[in-house]
Design a binder for this molecule. Structure first.
Ligand code: GRF
Length: 191
């Protein structure tokens, strides 16, 4: 399967996916990386690994529909089968998510349905949560909704800060995102 990754930032999950896809027998290849921020550090990492990249800024477009149409055009030009959102800090239009339904997945740093949205680690700590984690899920029109594909749980430890918790969870993100993509790309997983 031909996979595109969309990012907005550092791209550590992107890197984990790129590395996994280069393993023998992995059922997917990364064909390119797109961003809504031209300065996303992940874009340089992707280029350095020989991947094609693009960036699109909302300021180039009249509205969200026009942005998402341009995004679709780029992805279609790559003949993409599956899109992985990896720290893509942008809400996609319902039209876009419906068009890619079952082929569009995201990683979110919480045990969904807990802590949708931003600042998940600080919120979990403020609640006194004993466990926290991450979720790979199909993307539907509603933010951080959509069927769960895989989750990983970590303990919250005494003295944790949002940063220490994020670091512990990121290790798990890098493990489960490639596993979840493998399931989808191999046809093992049905939407
Ligand atoms: C990750 O925590 C991911 O779960 C969230 O955004 C962050 C992206 O980090 N959606 P990176 O760009 O993959 O390093």
């Amino acid at each position: 399967k031909r996979v595109a990754i969309l990012i907005s930032g550092r791209g550590s999950n992107m890197t984990a996916l790129i590395d996994a896809c280069r393993l023998p027998d992995y059922p997917a290849e990364i064909v390119g990386v797109g961003s809504n921020r031209a300065t996303a550090p992940g874009l340089e990492i992707a280029s350095a690994r020989g991947l094609e990249t693009f960036s699109l800024a909302q300021s180039q477009f009249v509205d969200r529909d026009a942005f998402d149409a341009a995004l679709t055009q780029k992805l279609d030009a790559w003949n993409v089968d599956i899109i992985c959102l990896a720290g893509f800090m942008r809400i996609l239009t319902p039209d876009f998510t419906v068009r890619w339904a079952g082929r569009l997945i995201n990683i979110h740093p919480s045990l969904l349905p807990l802590y949708r949205g931003l600042d998940t680690h600080a919120r979990a700590l403020a609640d006194g949560a004993r466990v926290h984690g991450c979720t790979v899920h199909f993307v539907t029109p509603d933010l951080d909704e959509g069927p769960t594909i895989m989750q990983a749980q970590v303990p919250v430890l005494p003295g944790d800060t949002p940063d220490t918790l994020a670091t512990r969870i990121l290790v798990e993100e890098h493990r489960i995102y490639p596993e979840a993509l493998c399931l989808l790309a191999s046809g093992t997983l049905k939407y």
